[in-house]
Design a protein around this ligand. Structure first.
Ligand code: GLN
Length: 195
């Protein structure tokens, strides 16, 4: 099983390291055709406006929609979540709409651009401790009825899933805790077996 990491911009290399810790082969994806060789895709954090421009330049928008349509799981962290959301505010910008959430960019304010927190993920196996690093993070302002909230910070959703789309407002790849990557790899493995 191979999992792709969109390697156009942002901290894609650390996701590859986290996947390796889960025993999964990571593939840096730079061209849409490379999506054919992977069973899941991570869209990393970075700067969503830059990521959108590069995705447009390399024709990734429809390729990722096709990937999702084929039932292959996608995980977006921070800017990756912004790309996958149904609506983006502050300011409004294009997004793929593959998960029914509304997000507000840079919503923790400039003074507190980065912070760390501990939390708990409510996963199938039960509650599991999480370490969360927020960097100029978005906030999830609305969650649709088909979206399952998997973790919260101060009563707000920070990790969520709709079917085969997983999102987090924080950066799990910046900690040694592989809980979130393992959860995603399980999702990819199950989808792959079912395909
Ligand atoms: N602030 C960035 C954006 O709006 C996201 C930051 C991140 O991915 N760490 O795109």
């Amino acid at each position: 099983m191979r999992v792709g990491v969109l390697a156009l911009q942002g901290d894609f290399a650390l996701h590859a390291t986290a996947l390796a810790k889960c025993g999964v082969e990571a593939v840096e994806v730079r061209k849409p055709s490379e999506l054919d060789d992977v069973e899941g895709l991570i869209i990393p954090g970075g700067e969503s406006t830059t990521l959108l421009k590069l995705m447009d330049a390399w024709n990734f928008t429809s390729a990722i929609e096709t990937f999702h349509g084929a039932g292959k799981p996608i995980f977006g962290t921070c800017a990756g979540l912004i790309i996958l959301a149904r609506e983006v505010e502050s300011p409004k910008q294009f997004s793929l709409g593959l998960i029914d959430v509304s997000v507000e960019r840079n919503a923790y304010g400039r003074q507190r651009e980065s912070f760390e927190a501990s939390g708990v993920a409510s996963l199938d196996a039960g509650p599991i401790p999480l370490e969360m690093v927020f960097i100029r993070a978005p906030r999830i302002r609305r969650v649709g009825p088909s979206v399952q909230v998997l973790a919260e910070h101060r009563g707000e959703p920070v990790m969520a899933r709709q079917g085969r789309v997983l999102v987090a407002t924080f950066h799990p790849e910046l900690t040694d805790n592989t809980t979130v990557h393992r959860y995603f790899c399980d999702l990819v493995g199950r989808a792959w077996v079912a395909a």
